[in-house]
Each structure stands twice: as C-alpha cells, then as structure tokens.
Design a protein around this ligand. Structure first.
Ligand code: FPP
Length: 267
C-alpha cells in the first residue's frame, strides 16, 4: 500500500505511524501561503500573517512534544522588504507584539529563542525586544527556536567569505586552512546542527534563499497546504514521509548515526 494510502487510513491517529527512534532533531520550515490564504477568503493579507502566528505556536508545541530539538522558521527574508510598505510595517509590528505576548510562556517551556539574520535595519524598539528575548532564554535547554528575520542565504555566505578573506589577509589564517568546518564556524547558525528536514508549505518547490549552506543534505517535504491551514496532523505527515526515506548522503545506503558528522538525526 502506498504511504499516502496508509496515511489516509490512519488519519485520525497519525502519531501511531511515527517511529520514535527516527525523529528529526532539527526541522526547518518555510511558512508560505499566508497572503494567498487571506486573499482566498476575501480578507486583507495581514489576516493570513495573524493566523500564521497561531499555527506557528501549534507547530512549536507539536515538534517539541514529538521529540524534535530544534525548529528554524523563515519569518522575514531579505527579499521581503520589497513588499508594500504597509505589509512590511505590519510584519515588523507583529514580531514585536508576538514576542512581548509570548516570551514568558516560551521561557517557561524551556525554549531558547534565537534570531538569525541582519537585525540592523529594524527599529530600535524591535531590536530591544529581540535581544531581550534571546537573553532571557539563552540558558534554556529543552528546545531551540530559531527565527530567521531579514535573513538571506547568499548574503550569509558572502559575509563568511569576506570574514575569512580578511582573516587571511591579516595572517590570522592561511588560505589553505579554509575548509567546511572553518566556514561553518563563521555562519550565523554556528553551533547549530544542520536541519535533517525542510518543510515548505503552499506547494511551492523552491528554497528561496533559505539556509543555502545548511540545507545541503536535508530532506525536502513540500506540503500543498497553505501555512495558515497547516497543523499538527500535516506536520506529522511530513515526519512520516521523512521517516520513509532512505538517507544516503551521496553514498549507496543509509549511514549509521555515528559515522556521519553532518546532519543525521542522533535521537
Ligand atoms: C509567507 O507568506 C509568510 C511570511 C512572509 C511571514 C511569516 C511570519 C509569521 C507567520 C509570523 C511569525 C512571527 C514570529 C514572531 C516568529 P506570504 O505572505 O509569502 O504568502 P503568499 O506567498 O501567499 O503571498
């Protein structure tokens, strides 16, 4: 029976299909489709972003409950500045408002929050909330939530290249010492394991400048559901699909956990 049919039969209790030994440690999500969801309902696009926040809260809870350790979401890309000014302002206000309302609960849930991206263009009031949230939760160990804001994968890679070039000119490193490990250590995600799974909602089949370096070996799951309609059940479908894959990392069969130094799930 196809995976889709098995999932369909079990739709009332997908958790029974989950292999607890193969939970991805790090899941990355491109939360796409907020605008289309709202437009389809005849509502302003901002309604989609508001509903998107509710969904994000549900998915944080679901992934933590399932045993994932890290969730990285794409909340605002470097390209999103080209949206109408009103929508950009709405999103910036929304980030601040959500954090002010939710940070206590995030902290109580032992979630460590981190913002990945160039925060410099944001208003000081938002930068303060983001920095305070990171600071308050920095010692939490149960779960990590990384929120990519004003983030672009190419920009991140160019910055690392510049840093290494400067270090090389100053004699701090030799050009032939530049390798993947050194490069990794200069990324904004330094110290964070690569995602095993990337989920993108709304049926689009693009990476859109998200974690270009880090997603090198990630499994990709495209959900046709628009982000505001995404939920725990849809998340479980992505995990079940991921668990059905044979991760070969360029080899010919799945590697046992210990011999792969990259992003293989160790839980
Ligand atoms: C993509 O949908 C979604 C965004 C650009 C914003 C996502 C942000 C949130 C859900 C808020 C998260 C808040 C915090 C604090 C982390 P789209 O607008 O590109 O939809 P479309 O493709 O249908 O136009």
């Amino acid at each position: 029976m196809s995976l889709e049919k098995v999932i369909d039969k079990k739709k009332n209790d997908l958790s029974k299909l989950i292999d607890k030994k193969k939970i991805p440690e790090h899941v990355a999500i491109i939360m796409d489709g907020n605008g289309r969801w709202a437009t389809k309902k005849g509502l302003p696009r901002t309604f989609g972003h508001n509903k998107g926040v509710t969904v994000l809260k549900e998915i944080i809870k679901s992934s933590k409950k399932l045993g994932c350790k890290v969730l990285t979401v794409y909340a605002f890309s470097t390209e999103n500045w080209s949206r109408p000014k009103k929508e950009v302002e709405f999103l910036i206000n929304l980030f601040g408002e959500v954090l002010r309302n939710e940070i206590e609960e995030i902290h109580q849930e032992s979630i460590k929050i981190k913002f990945i991206g160039d925060l410099t263009p944001f208003p000081d009031s938002l930068k303060t909330v983001l920095n305070r949230s990171e600071d308050l939760t920095k010692d939490n160990e149960d779960f990590a939530l990384n929120v990519c804001v004003n983030y672009g994968g190419r920009q991140e890679i160019v910055k690392v290249a510049k840093k290494l070039a400067i270090k090389s000119i100053s004699g701090e490193i030799k050009p032939n010492e530049v390798n993947e490990e050194l490069f990794n250590s200069e990324l904004l995600t330094q110290g964070i394991k690569d995602p095993e799974l990337l989920i993108r909602t709304s049926g689009e089949k693009r990476i859109s400048n998200f974690l270009l370096w880090q997603l090198a070996y990630s499994e990709i799951y495209i959900s046709e559901v628009l982000w505001p309609d995404f939920n725990e059940n849809e998340f479980l479908k992505a995990i079940i699909d991921y668990q059905s894959r044979n991760r070969r990392f360029g080899g010919i069969e799945s590697l046992p956990n210990k011999s792969f130094k990259g992003s293989y799930c160790s839980s």
